[in-house]
Design a protein around this ligand. Structure first.
Ligand SMILES: Nc1ncnc2c1ncn2[C@@H]1O[C@H](COP(=O)(O)OP(=O)(O)OP(=O)(O)O)[C@@H](O)[C@H]1O
Length: 241
């Protein structure tokens, strides 16, 4: 078989990806739902790519596929070996493990060695402001504390590609300021980022390119202002019908 290649400068290539969920509708009964039907785009080294689209369009599903949490049943994700971390409020840690152990397990799942994760633990805990809670089980944490830990782990382990799912409003006002500044710093650096947000203003400000996904398909990919303008025109027309 011929090895799959990506173009120069591309760190991840998404080709015709489809995901079908099986939903249980009763005893021994289930139906199938195609959340992604045909999504294709390339992610370039050092860019911040925004993902926009209506509610239920498949944006979070797409990030889970990119992060390796779910496997597509159609198409391919070509990743020539970059580490990828998904930062999402909707994906939990293990509630019975301590914050510290959850941070370590997350790092191991991301492909880092235990020693590498342990070297970063001090910074992770301090940024999350969880020094006095870190050895308690996660089920004793508030939602904001969990989110702060998730944010801090994904940020400090520095994966090659960071996937961010709607976390611009994590934690209290102070933490929001701090995490937003951190996201902006990452975006300004040479890190490769994929950002899902309902805020087109945030996408415009933080991203240089965007992909618009609608009903599980790529509608448009390109320069951020052009894609956002087309999406906004679509939303306006839909609302006027
Ligand atoms: N685990 C699941 N099982 C079954 N259906 C699911 C599952 N997760 C998502 N879906 C369905 O797949 C579709 C796409 O969901 P997804 O969360 O990816 O969309 P989204 O674009 O992120 O939505 P939103 O903007 O509302 O956050 C939705 O119709 C949703 O109901």
């Amino acid at each position: 078989m011929r090895p799959l290649k990506v173009a120069d400068g591309v760190v991840l290539s998404v080709r015709g990806v489809g995901v079908t969920y099986r939903r249980r509708t009763g005893f021994l009964r289930q139906n199938r739902f195609e959340a992604l039907r045909d999504v294709s785009f390339d992610l370039y080294q050092g860019e911040s790519l925004g993902v926009i689209g209506s509610n239920g369009a498949g944006k979070s599903t797409l990030l889970k596929v990119l992060g390796g949490i779910i496997r597509p049943d159609k198409g391919k994700i070509i990743n020539p070996g970059h580490s990828v971390a998904l930062l999402s409020l909707r994906l939990g840690f293990d509630p019975n493990l301590s914050g510290r152990d959850n941070a370590i397990v997350s790092g191991l799942l991301l492909g880092f060695r235990r020693k590498q994760v342990e070297e970063k633990l001090g910074e992770i805990i301090a940024f999350a402001e969880l020094e006095s809670f870190i050895d308690y089980p996660l089920h004793t944490y508030s939602a904001g504390m969990r989110a702060r830990l998730g944010f801090s782990v994904a940020f400090h382990l520095e994966p090659d590609i960071l996937l961010i799912d709607e976390v611009l409003g994590v934690g209290d006002a102070d933490f929001q300021r701090k995490s937003r500044a951190e996201i902006e710093r990452k975006i300004a650096s040479d890190k490769t980022i994929v950002l899902v947000s309902h805020s087109v203003a945030a996408i415009r400000k933080l991203c240089n390119r965007a992909v618009w996904v609608e009903q599980g398909k790529t509608r448009m990919e390109g320069e951020v202002n052009e894609v956002v303008a087309a999406y906004e025109a679509f939303v306006q027309e839909k609302n006027s019908q």
